[in-house]
Design a protein. Structure first.
Length: 717
């Protein structure tokens, strides 16, 4: 180590894997900089693992494109200039803008969008949500509704809390059935599983098997023992046909606290493996075999993720997956699926709401809220449609919905027409470029971290407190400080304010620091303390997952209703869809549907300013099967136009039999070339936005966007 260098432990909170880090830092104070990042082998969860993004964490900190002071926009579009302003002026401008709209048009006139990084920031958990709550708007949106709302709705219905999610016991399972997930690239999602490649190796070494069902031969499918292509959107039918097989062959053994099993048997009766074959392309015999194999496994786990959730029947598919685990007796069993017991238990301590549905509906289309949020897919119409309750101002927090949500380009046009917009973000991006003011917080390396969310969804019980690795630069603000000050300034400007008692309570809560809040929660947890975690910056191991049912169920009667009315009430819609499929001799007008994909080097919409992960072969292309290309007279590398109901994009195509026939794939989070607008080095990364093709009309029961399986045509450009 060079003289003057020091090593400190840190954490990567870019994704759900929460890998432990070893950082080498040179210099002190404002001169301090991270010169190397490695995985921390002593971390009890990540065990030294690190992906290419983790290595680049210091690049985000050093990125010249990153905002380091508040800015206000002068001019629009390509002519926009960003002027640095002081924090006082910036916060006052934002508070004036938001409070002005609230006073003139009412509480729903301000819309809020929370991007994915909010789930990864301690300050967002402790202060961001409190600030948003203080605004009292029903026009709340987040990246959850283009991602995991079906999981949450089903968990709430079955287990009584939306984040009481069963986690595959990957370190002990002998049969891992993966639907629409790519943990080799993601290291797990709603299953925090850092170092998935080595965990998979261990699974195979002990004689276990992994089977993948996916329309693309993903990195995970390539590492699997068996892979089945499945037509996008048909997962629910496949899963329900497997459930039907369990009943037909007498393979069910649910726990005694599970009710209405016979009702499930009746409901799945129409979903024969033969119907599943016609809808999905997976042979009926294979559907039956998968059900038998899962049932026979000595510890088996079925797990479905974003490719299943972002379909028109995401909730039914997730319900079917829960039925598979429960009916095969793998639920709450070692080697099956179990519930994590985090030191700060957000479920039993009610730190996160249990879940609710349809307490109100969106103004224009009448779509039900879920958990206090409306689907991101209705955001544009709520901004553009005049009338009582119209959104006149937006606050986006660490999000880029123009690239991340359906019909994104038009959403950007809607943002441009707002009376006022503000963003909390470290970049000018496709969304924040429409803001009047951007407030940039410090970066992750400059902030303390305890992962309140993902310790609760991990494949092992662990806890870790990570103090900031780098000092906070003079004049900078942490995210929780921005939320606190903004909340107070907006509140002071409101004509109609909550009672003094409520205001004092809110102020007292915001006055605490994230560290104080975590210390308090740990002190009362009975599991560990902040002091103890301070002595073990690598984290402490609290052991493997354990059976906790039925005691930990949050349902009123501590039992599971396996056929919840809300979820199974969507089955008639699936019957209609299936009948349509069975009536077709071949799918679709052009026979093509679009799916997304994720790469290990990409971090949703925001890592394209970082050169280290954007070197090498381009990965933005449309993937298409060679026979589908040949049918249309298109060659590998040609420029093609992809057209959906809502838009068209032009992009180069790559021939590959890694996608099944009839399916094309674009990665999400690309498309940074916006009419000459300066978005830093991201603009140099080629590619188009998949969400200029996805359709806001295609929704699951839960309001989640059906981003997978969008009908498209492809022709030579
Ligand atoms: S998998 Fe990569 S991005 Fe995710 S936490 Fe680990 S190092 Fe960070």
């Amino acid at each position: 180590m060079p003289v003057g260098s020091r090593t400190t432990l840190g954490v990567c909170n870019l994704c759900e894997a929460i890998c432990g880090l070893e950082l080498t830092i040179e210099g002190t104070g404002p001169e301090a900089r991270v010169t190397s990042i490695r995985g921390n082998p002593a971390d009890p969860l990540s065990r030294g693992y690190l992906c290419p993004k983790g290595v680049s964490l210091a690049d985000v900190h050093a990125d010249p494109d990153r905002l380091r002071a508040p800015v206000r926009r002068v001019g629009t579009g390509a002519d926009a200039e960003w002027l640095e302003i002081g924090w006082d002026e910036a916060l006052d401008r934002v508070a004036d803008g938001l409070a002005g709209v609230l006073n003139e048009h009412g509480r729903n006139a301000v819309g809020v969008y929370l991007g994915n990084p909010n789930a990864h920031s301690l300050g967002s958990a402790t202060h961001g949500l409190a600030m948003v709550k203080m605004l009292r708007t029903r026009n709340r949106f987040s990246a959850s509704s283009v991602d995991q709302i079906p999981h949450q709705l089903v968990a709430w219905q079955l287990y009584g809390h939306q984040l009481l999610l069963p986690i595959p016991d990957i370190d002990r399972t002998s049969y891992f059935l993966v639907l629409g997930a790519n943990p080799m690239a993601s290291n797990g999602s709603l299953m925090t599983v850092p170092d998935f490649p080595n965990r998979l190796r261990a699974l195979k070494a002990r004689g276990g098997r992994m089977v993948v069902v996916d329309p693309r031969r993903t990195e995970t499918a390539k590492a699997a023992d068996e892979h089945f292509f499945v037509r996008p959107g048909s997962d629910a039918v496949v899963v329900l046909a497997m459930v039907r097989t369990l009943f037909e062959e007498g393979l069910t053994r649910p726990a005694p606290y599970v009710d209405r099993v016979d009702r499930v048997r009746e409901l799945v009766e129409p979903f024969t493996p033969e119907a599943a074959e016609q809808a999905s392309g997976i042979a009926a015999d294979d559907v039956r075999r998968l059900a038998r194999e899962l049932a026979a496994a000595d510890g088996g786990a079925a797990y479905g993720r974003i490719g299943v959730s972002t379909t028109g029947f995401g909730s039914l598919a997730q319900w079917g997956i829960q039925c598979l685990n429960i009916l095969t007796g793998h639920f709450d069993q070692p080697g099956g699926v179990l519930f994590t017991e985090p030191a700060i238990d957000f479920v039993t301590r009610k730190l996160i709401g249990t879940g609710h549905y349809d307490l109100w509906r969106s103004r224009v289309r009448g779509i039900p809220e879920y958990g206090g949020e409306l689907p991101a897919a209705v955001m544009r119409e709520e901004i553009e449609t005049p009338g009582e309750g119209q959104i006149h101002a937006m606050l986006t927090i660490a999000g880029n919905p123009v690239l991340s949500t359906p019909d994104g380009k038009r959403l950007g046009d809607a943002f441009a027409g707002l009376d006022f917009m503000a963003a909390v973000d470290i970049y000018v991006n496709e969304t924040t470029r429409h803001a009047d003011v951007i407030l940039p917080p410090t970066t992750a390396l400059e902030r303390d971290h305890y992962d309140i969310v993902f310790h609760g969804l991990a494949v092992r019980n662990t806890a870790r407190w990570t103090p900031a690795a780098l000092p906070k630069p003079e004049g900078a603000k942490h995210d929780h400080e921005i939320y606190r000050e903004l909340a107070l300034r907006v509140q002071r400007r409101l004509v109609v304010r909550p009672s003094l008692r409520t205001r004092l309570k809110q102020r007292a809560r915001l006055a605490l620091s994230p560290r104080q809040i975590v210390a308090g929660l740990l002190r009362t947890s009975g599991v560990t303390t902040l002091k103890r975690l301070g002595r073990h910056p690598e984290g402490i191991d609290l052991g493997p997952l354990r059976p906790t049912m039925p005691e930990r169920l949050q349902t009123e009667n501590h039992r599971i209703d396996l056929a919840p009315d809300l979820v199974v009430g969507d089955l008639p819609r699936l019957h209609v869809w299936l009948d349509d499929r069975l009536a077709l001799e071949q799918p679709g007008p052009d026979g093509l549907v679009l799916i997304g994909r994720r790469h290990k080097q990409d971090n949703n919409a925001w890592f394209h300013n970082i050169e280290r992960v954007n070197r090498g072969r381009p990965r933005h292309q449309l993937l298409m099967h060679p026979e589908d290309l040949a049918e249309r007279g298109i060659a590998d590398g040609d420029l093609v136009t992809v057209t959906s109901r809502v838009g068209a994009v032009t992009v180069d195509v790559q021939a590959t039999d890694d996608v099944m026939r009839g399916v094309v794939s674009l990665p999400h989070g690309y498309g940074h070339q916006v009419d000459g607008v300066r978005l830093g080095r991201a603009s140099k990364v080629p590619g188009v936005s998949i969400n200029d093709l996805t359709d806001p009309d295609l929704l699951d029961l839960s309001g989640n966007a059906a981003l997978s399986g969008v009908p498209v045509t492809v022709a030579l450009a």
